[in-house]
Every structure is written in structure tokens, then in C-alpha cells.
Design a protein around this ligand. Structure first.
Ligand SMILES: Nc1ncnc2c1ncn2[C@@H]1O[C@H](COP(=O)(O)OP(=O)(O)O)[C@@H](O)[C@H]1O
Ligand SMILES: [Mg+2]
Length: 289
């Protein structure tokens, strides 16, 4: 497949909706497919950075606030990336990203810094893919992520509030950004699915919502997609395809706790195929049905 370097944000205006899990494993699969990938932790909770074992980088210590150095003082981002596994590097979060966000509000062209100072210099040079793990709240950091990448993957979990999480993201992040620059949604990716879908479960409602809504159904990867015929088969008990993913797997949660990408924790996990397909979507720039 002919591919070009691409940057992508993983974001939804809601915490606990699989942003970090999806961003890390997407970046890991992009690296595995023989690309050089960088994942950027832009969430001040630092979950990814801390999970991966970079607590020193997260807390000030000797290095200072590297995010501030790069985004506000123009320091070289290469001096602040760390290696996760072969082919995959991390630009760590810092515990005081909040003050970076405040300073970006005051800064000249404060929305353009991540693009100018990190993504543009590195993408197509050191890395073929850059994946940004976004914060859950609106603000300058999210604006920077949207502007720097121009592409968004929206993760979802079948938890209370997924409808508002999705509609807030579409209305207040995507639509508003689109008044100023181009922003493509590459995929809407459910994760942590574990309930039956032939009964009225939250999993079913979420999957019905995203696979039957006109503006969204073409953004659902094949591993999560059910056609009208599939749904009819689900309802008459004759569906014999794979259950839509990304499924709940203990290995995904355990890998998260253990601080390694899924591939490095359990290379046999069946859901790796979904992250691999997501990586192919990012390479291609769209879902192909
Ligand atoms: N497919 C899955 N299987 C098992 N656990 C999952 C799966 N997807 C997400 N999780 C778990 O859900 C929790 C929240 O995910 P996380 O990526 O931290 O969300 P966010 O970054 O949006 O706050 C984590 O504990 C993660 O391990
Ligand atoms: Mg997170």
C-alpha cells in the first residue's frame, strides 16, 4: 500500500473512554508495521507516560517542563523524546501541562505551536506517524492537537454518557475546529465491548447508534461494523460472524496496568487484529468497507 506520513489525534471530550489505550496500541501497531511512530501524551493526568514508566520525565525534576520548553521556548523536541519499544518513541506528558495550556492562551498563534514546533519538524523525518493522546477537556491543548494533526480518531466505551461524549466531541471540538481549518475524522472506534447484542444492552445501543447513523456509519472500522443484513441476522439468531470489537480482553487491561503495549504483553491476543486494522485505516486515511 502506498502510504504517506500522517499525524492523528485520539480524542473524545470525556475521561475513561479508552483514549490512552487506543492511542498507545494504535501507535504500537503503526510501529510494528515497519513504520517509525511517535506517540505524544498531551493529557496532564499523564496516564500513558506514567504507565510506561516515565515518572521522572512527568515530574519536573532536573529536566524541567519539557512541554513548555518545546511549545513555548522552541526547544528541539528530539531532546525530549524517550523510547518505548523498537520503532516507537514517546513525547511524555508533564505534570504541569495545565500551565502550558494557560501560557498558550497568551502566546502569539498559541494554537499552532504543536504543529510548528513538534509535528512539522518530526513528521516525515524521524517518524512516519505521530499519534496524539488528547486531554478530555476543551482547551488550547486540544486545539493544538486538532490543528497539528488534522485527523481525529474518536474512541468510545459502552459506559454511561457515551451519547453526550460523542455529541459534545462532534459539536464542540470537530465542528468548531472546522470553522478554522480542515479536520478529518478517520474512525469512530468502540472499545471494551463485552455484552450480548441480541438483547437490549448498552453495547447494542452504542453499536446501533454508530452503525446506523448516516454521518457516522462510514467511520466505523470493519471490526466493529454490522450491516443491515448483519443486524437482521443478529435479531433472528442466525448471525455467525465475529462479534464486533474492540472486545473486552483482560490482556488489554492488564497490559495497560503493566505499562506495555498489548503486542508486547500478549502477542497472541485476538484483538490485536483490530488495532492492526486501525493502523491500516490511519495509513490509508480512511475506513475501506
Ligand atoms: N478493549 C478493552 N479491554 C479491556 N480493557 C479496556 C479495553 N478498552 C479500554 N479498557 C480499559 O478502560 C480503562 C479506560 O481506558 P483509558 O484508555 O485509560 O481511557 P481514557 O484515556 O479515555 O481516560 C482502562 O483501564 C483500560 O485498560
Ligand atoms: Mg487517558
Amino acid at each position: 500500500m502506498q502510504t504517506e506520513p500522517r499525524a492523528v489525534s485520539v480524542g473524545i471530550l470525556k475521561g475513561g473512554f479508552a483514549k490512552t489505550t487506543t492511542a498507545l496500541n494504535l501507535a504500537r501497531e503503526l510501529a510494528h508495521r515497519n513504520e517509525r511512530a511517535l506517540v505524544v501524551d498531551l493529557d496532564d493526568n499523564g496516564h500513558m507516560t506514567l504507565n510506561l514508566g516515565f515518572g521522572d520525565e512527568y515530574s519536573s525534576g532536573e529536566t524541567g517542563n519539557h512541554a513548555e520548553s518545546v511549545l513555548l521556548e522552541g526547544e528541539d523536541p528530539r531532546d525530549h523524546v524517550v523510547n518505548v519499544v523498537d520503532g516507537l518513541d514517546l513525547f511524555p506528558a508533564h505534570e504541569d501541562l495545565e500551565s502550558v495550556q494557560s501560557a498558550l492562551k497568551e502566546a502569539t498563534m498559541g494554537t499552532t505551536r504543536l504543529k510548528r514546533d513538534l509535528v512539522d519538524p518530526l513528521l516525515g523525518e524521524e517518524y512516519d506517524y505521530v499519534v496524539v493522546d488528547c486531554p478530555a477537556n476543551r482547551g488550547k491543548l486540544n486545539d493544538n492537537a486538532m490543528y497539528a494533526t488534522g485527523n481525529l480518531v474518536i474512541p468510545l466505551r459502552p459506559e454511561n454518557g457515551y451519547e453526550t461524549g460523542l455529541s459534545n466531541t462532534l459539536d464542540r471540538l470537530v465542528q468548531e475546529a472546522r470553522e478554522y481549518f480542515e479536520l478529518d475524522i478517520l474512525a469512530v472506534v468502540p472499545s471494551d465491548l463485552r455484552k450480548r447484542i441480541d438483547q437490549d444492552t448498552r453495547d447494542r445501543r452504542l453499536l446501533r447508534e454508530i452503525t446506523t447513523r448516516d454521518a457516522i456509519d462510514h467511520l466505523v472500522p470493519n471490526f466493529a461494523y454490522l450491516s443491515d443484513e448483519d443486524w437482521a441476522a443478529v435479531d433472528d439468531g442466525s448471525y455467525d460472524g465475529d462479534l464486533p470489537g474492540i472486545r473486552y480482553r483482560a490482556a488489554i487491561d492488564d497490559a495497560h496496568q503493566a505499562g506495555v503495549p498489548l503486542r508486547d504483553y500478549d502477542p497472541e491476543c485476538d484483538q490485536l487484529a483490530a488495532y492492526d486494522e486501525l493502523a491500516a485505516i490511519v495509513e490509508r486515511g480512511e475506513v475501506a468497507r
